[in-house]
Design a protein around this ligand. Structure first.
Ligand code: ADP
Ligand code: ADP
Length: 230
C-alpha cells in the first residue's frame, strides 16, 4: 500500500530527438519522502507527469499501490491516489475564501457536505492555516498559498503527495514555511511524499534523493551523501 514502483520507464515527446525520460527505475515505500533533483531539462517535470498519469510511458511500467498503471482508463483512479502541488498556486485557486477553495475541490469529487466540512477542518489544521480560513486565497503570502494548495491536495486523501517545484517561486521565509509543512506531513500523518526541487535545502530533508541528468536517473543518495558530494 501507498507505494510506487517505477520499472524501466521511458518517454519521448513526439517532436524530440531523444528521450525526456530514459529507462528510469526506482521504488518508493510507504511513508517515505523522496526528493528528485536535477538541472533544468533533466526530465524532472516529465517524470512527474508520468507518475501523475498525465502522460503514459512508452516503455516500462509504473505500479501504484500494487496496481499497474497501464492505460488512460486507469488515470482518473490514479488522480485520486496521487495528489499534485505545483509551482504556482495562483493558477489553481477557485474559491473566494480558503475554506471554499478546499471545499470546491471536494465537491468535484462528489463528497457529501458533512464529510466535506470534516475534511476541510482536518486539512486546515494539518497545514496550520485554520486562522486564515476566511481569507481570500490570492491575498495570502507565497508560503501560505502553498500551504492552502497542500491542504487542497490532502483533502482528497491521496496515498502519495507529489510536489513539483512547490518552493521554487517562494522567498526564503516562504520556502522554510513550506518545507516545515512537508516535514510535518511526513512525520505526523505518515504521508508518502515525492518532492521535485532545485532547492538543496528542501532536498536534504527527504529520506532519499534521486538525481536526474539528461533523462537518466544517475544516482540515489542520502542527505548526508548529497551534502558531502556538493
Ligand atoms: P525538467 O523538469 O528537469 O526541467 P523536463 O522534463 O521539462 O525537464 O524536460 C526534459 C526534456 O524534455 C528537455 O530536453 C525538454 O526540452 C524536453 N521537453 C519537455 N517538454 C517537452 C515538450 N512538450 N515537447 C518536447 N520536448 C519537451
Ligand atoms: P519546467 O521548468 O517545469 O520543466 P519548462 O520551462 O521546461 O518548465 O517548460 C514549460 C512548458 O513547455 C512545459 O509544458 C513543457 O512541457 C514545455 N516544453 C519544454 N521544453 C519543450 C520543448 N523542447 N518543446 C516543446 N515544449 C517544451
Amino acid at each position: 500500500k501507498d507505494s510506487i514502483k517505477v520499472d524501466n520507464i521511458s518517454f519521448k515527446y513526439p517532436n524530440a530527438q531523444t528521450n525526456a525520460v530514459h529507462s528510469v527505475s526506482f521504488e518508493i515505500k510507504e511513508n517515505e519522502w523522496i526528493a528528485i533533483v536535477g538541472r533544468n531539462g533533466s526530465g524532472k517535470s516529465t517524470l512527474a507527469k508520468l507518475l501523475n498519469g498525465l502522460i503514459l510511458p512508452e516503455e516500462g511500467t509504473i505500479t501504484i499501490d500494487d496496481e499497474i498503471i497501464l492505460a488512460e482508463e486507469t488515470i482518473w483512479d490514479v488522480r485520486k491516489r496521487i495528489a499534485m502541488v505545483f509551482q504556482n498556486p495562483d493558477n489553481q485557486f477557485v474559491g473566494t475564501t480558503v475554506l471554499d477553495d478546499i471545499a470546491f475541490g471536494l465537491e468535484n469529487h462528489g463528497i457529501e457536505k458533512a464529510e466535506m466540512d470534516r475534511r476541510v477542518q482536518e486539512v486546515l489544521n494539518i497545514v496550520n492555516m485554520m486562522e486564515f480560513k476566511l481569507h481570500e486565497p490570492h491575498s495570502l503570502s507565497g508560503g501560505q498559498k502553498q500551504r492552502v494548495a497542500i491542504a487542497g491536495a490532502l483533502a482528497i486523501q491521496p496515498s502519495i503527495l507529489i510536489l513539483d517545484e512547490a518552493t521554487s517561486m517562494l522567498d526564503p521565509f516562504g520556502r522554510k514555511e513550506v518545507i516545515e509543512t512537508i516535514r510535518n506531513l511526513h512525520k505526523d500523518i505518515n504521508m508518502t511524499v515525492i518532492s521535485i526541487t532545485h532547492d538543496i535545502e528542501e532536498a536534504v530533508h527527504a529520506d532519499r534523493i534521486l538525481i536526474m541528468h539528461d533523462g537518466h536517473l544517475v544516482q540515489s543518495v542520502t542527505p548526508e551523501e548529497l551534502l558531502t558530494t556538493e
